[in-house]
Design a binder for this molecule. Structure first.
Ligand SMILES: Cc1cc2nc3c(=O)[nH]c(=O)nc-3n(C[C@H](O)[C@H](O)[C@H](O)COP(=O)(O)OP(=O)(O)OC[C@H]3O[C@@H](n4cnc5c(N)ncnc54)[C@H](O)[C@@H]3O)c2cc1C
Length: 293
């Protein structure tokens, strides 16, 4: 089916962008082109969109701020569901409802103004709240799952509210990686003075100062039980290893830096690191990053 033709005139309100370049919308800055990107502005529009895509058997994938994805090279004859217009932010007491497209930075400013603390660990993490829920984003000792009350996601032709205990949160994963569309997240904070929130955020930001500069997806691999992926990769001699213009960061071995590479080269480097670590240690690293579409 000609996807662009199908959507022509039908879903103009979805801020459709044709020939959507993944490289411009991801932190790694690689990848090909999708036929269409569609940005619903409400939960209802998202349900209708998912229903249409499924009904027409149009392949699709999701994109938040694109900080943890490796998009395929080439042409994707399908649709990207973007969450950039799902921006609702509401507070009731110390509970906050965030649309999936709210960024971690906007959430933190909103919470700080209202004296709602407990979310400071998100400071400096490039994320939409939808992406953060899917990935259970966080830092050592603190993850989104610690502050989630529930996640709203499209399944079938309606929206379900999944209480935190049913979200399958674990190390950098959740049930939402199965392809459901997250439209919003309810979070719980607690009362904290804005000045104290600011201080805590600064502490978290300072800890990130050592992270490698350059285009990356953040940590490529999940830390295996009892190990740090970066340390294992370094001990296996992979620091600086390269395929084409992609290389393992010399500062932090769990980062791959794009120095002008293709996604294919980055994927090949990921495989090479996995194989090397497995052959030397018997430990099979699991990717944290997601391959799209
Ligand atoms: C420099 C750098 C530092 C980082 N530091 C950290 C860190 O300290 N801690 C950490 O946890 N992560 C970190 N990351 C990774 C990234 O910030 C997180 O994983 C973040 O949660 C990704 O959010 P996103 O909006 O970019 O999601 P995306 O990368 O856009 O998407 C991630 C996955 O979720 C899916 N997805 C996105 N939105 C939705 C939705 N609404 N519904 C369904 N599926 C969806 C995508 O299809 C993809 O599979 C870092 C990344 C970078 C580049």
């Amino acid at each position: 089916m000609d996807i662009k033709k199908y959507f022509e005139g039908k879903l103009a309100a979805l801020h459709a962008e044709s020939d959507f370049p993944f490289a411009r919308h991801t932190t790694i800055g690689t990848g090909g082109t999708a036929a269409l990107a569609l940005s619903p502005a409400s939960s209802e529009e998202t349900v209708a969109l998912v229903k249409t895509l499924k009904g027409q058997k149009i392949p699709y994938c999701h994109l938040g701020v694109g900080a943890n994805v490796l998009p395929a090279d080439g042409y994707f004859e399908g649709a990207v569901i973007r969450t950039d217009r799902l921006r609702t932010l509401e507070a009731e007491g110390t509970e906050i409802f965030c649309g999936a497209g709210v960024t971690a930075g906007s959430l933190l400013s909103f919470a700080k103004k209202r004296g709602i603390g407990g979310l400071e660990f998100l400071a400096g993490i490039p994320a939409s709240l939808g992406g953060a829920a899917v990935m259970n984003a966080g830092v050592k000792g603190k993850h989104l799952s610690d502050v989630v009350l529930s996640v709203l996601a499209v399944e079938g032709d309606r929206i379900y509210e999944f209480p935190a205990k049913d979200c399958g949160f674990s190390e950098k994963t959740s049930i939402f990686q199965s392809g459901m569309t997250v439209v919003g997240v309810r979070l719980k904070g607690h009362p904290v003075l804005p000045s104290e929130i600011e201080e805590r955020e600064n502490v978290y930001r300072a800890k990130r100062a050592h992270l490698p500069k350059g285009r990356s997806m953040g940590c490529v691999f999940v830390n295996p039980e009892g190990h740090f992926a970066g340390k294992l990769i370094e001990e296996c001699g992979c620091k600086g290893l390269s395929v084409g213009k992609a290389f393992v960061s010399t500062e932090h071995a769990n980062f791959i830096i794009n120095g002008g590479a293709t996604s294919r080269e980055i994927a090949a480097l990921i495989r090479l690191v996995k194989t090397t670590v497995f052959e030397r240690t018997g430990i099979l690293l699991r990717e944290e990053i997601r391959y799209i579409p």
